[in-house]
Write a protein that binds this ligand. Structure first.
Ligand SMILES: NC(=O)c1ccc[n+]([C@@H]2O[C@H](COP(=O)([O-])OP(=O)(O)OC[C@H]3O[C@@H](n4cnc5c(N)ncnc54)[C@H](O)[C@@H]3O)[C@@H](O)[C@H]2O)c1
Length: 371
């Protein structure tokens, strides 16, 4: 065990809004391995109230710079709106402090590449929150596949069918390409297709559609992709926020079994099913062997990060891996807006989809007023 692992890890939270509460709760649940020692928000009152609620002894700051100047920190949780993620993450990496960044990590592949480069140059990890990779069901599925128990992956479906009313977009920064990087592809479905990619591995080629069906947003409110993986598996990916019965669903058909999960914002083992083919019935018992009722959550991902840091191994989800998920989003937009298939690795300089997810090619007019 390293010296850092022997004492509580000193954590800071930047941005004390909605999702920061999940981070603070995860930190509290994992005490004494980690403690929240400082918070920062441009809204001083919100930061103070947040500290009072979750960590009364924590110091309160207006900016990340002030926080880093005042405190010795081991891990910065970045819980601010997406357009601030990379500048804040780079500032922290340059101060030698690892970051755990909320999704989407970056607004564009070009911005993501800057983060990957600084993480490589400094040797300091830049991690992304993709908490659904860390639930027991996903971990078990990955293990069974790796061990060859399920055979070859053949077909998959990945659906994020969520619902947001028009008023959701009353918040001035919502629904803007330059703040959020996109609609349900970047903001909502990214969790589900990140999990799909983490199980099926590198994708090779996709064809996509995107539309603004009904919501008062500049971005899409639905997208849909058909994708081929390097291992030959074929999958469909749907990202929607116009679907009144909400559902997050993944279905994998392997040679020896179908494995499915259906939930909305987090799953437990009860949300997973396995259906083996004749001759592989023992898979059902193997699947049920170490059942857990823990929900896929920030706590599970943070716990895995603490384990990796203590063991001196690479924590997940590192910047290079998060880039693969972001590239899938960029390719979805590029394919949809150009009406052409896109292969992994296609989006390189000077392709406009490297610099922004909209690629300057959105086929519908903007609705939002200038900020
Ligand atoms: N992992 C998940 O399941 C999940 C769920 C919801 C949101 N998110 C992500 O979390 C991020 C934050 O979303 P939210 O809903 O909590 O937003 P929010 O608006 O509730 O909170 C953001 C906070 O950041 C503060 N802030 C903005 N710029 C700042 C800066 N430069 N320095 C310090 N503070 C700053 C704001 O004042 C606000 O308090 C987004 O990227 C969102 O996509 C992730």
């Amino acid at each position: 065990m390293t010296d850092a692992a022997a004492r509580p890890l000193r954590a800071a939270i930047i941005g004390t809004g909605a999702i920061a509460q999940a981070h603070a709760q995860a930190i509290a649940d994992l005490a004494p391995r980690i403690e929240l020692v400082a918070v920062a928000d441009v809204d001083a009152e919100r930061a103070r109230e947040f500290a009072d609620r979750f960590a009364p002894a924590a110091t309160v700051h207006a900016t990340l710079s002030a926080l880093l100047a005042a405190e010795r920190i081991d891990l910065v949780h970045i819980c601010t709106p997406p357009q601030t993620h990379v500048p804040l993450a780079i500032e922290s990496l340059r101060a030698g402090v690892p970051v755990l960044v909320e999704k989407p990590t970056a607004l564009s592949l070009a911005e993501m590449d800057r983060l990957v480069a600084v993480s490589r140059e400094t040797g300091v990890p830049a991690l992304t929150v993709f908490q659904h990779r860390f639930g027991h069901g996903a971990q078990r599925l990955a293990r069974l596949l790796r061990d060859g128990r399920l055979g070859r992956p053949l077909v998959a479906t990945c659906e994020t069918l969520w619902y947001r009313p028009a008023e959701y977009f009353d918040v001035p920064w919502r629904g803007r390409w330059e703040v959020e990087g996109g609609g349900p592809t970047m903001g909502h479905g990214i969790h589900q297709f990140d999990l799909l990619l983490s199980i099926l591995g590198p994708w090779r080629r996709l064809s996509a559609f995107a539309a603004r069906q009904v919501l008062p947003t500049d971005t899409e409110d639905v997208s849909m992709a058909v994708v081929e993986f390097e291992n030959g598996a074929l999958a469909t990916v749907v990202n929607s926020i116009v679907s009144p019965r909400e559902s997050s669903r993944l279905r994998f058909d392997f040679e020896y079994a179908t494995v499915e999960v259906e939930h909305v914002y987090g799953y437990t083992d009860a949300d997973w099913t396995i259906t083996p083919v004749v001759g592989h019935e023992q898979l059902a018992a193997e699947w049920a062997a170490d059942a857990s009722d823990e929900v896929s959550s920030h706590r599970l991902q943070l716990s895995a990060i603490l384990d990796a840091l203590a063991a001196g191994t690479d924590p997940s989800v590192g910047a290079a891996e998060a880039r693969r998920t972001l590239e899938f989003a960029a390719a979805t937009y590029a394919s949809a807006f150009r009406g052409l298939p896109v292969s992994a690795g296609d989006i390189v300089d000077p392709d406009p989809f490297l610099a922004s997810m909209d690629g300057g090619a959105v086929p519908w007019p903007p609705l939002k007023e200038a900020l």
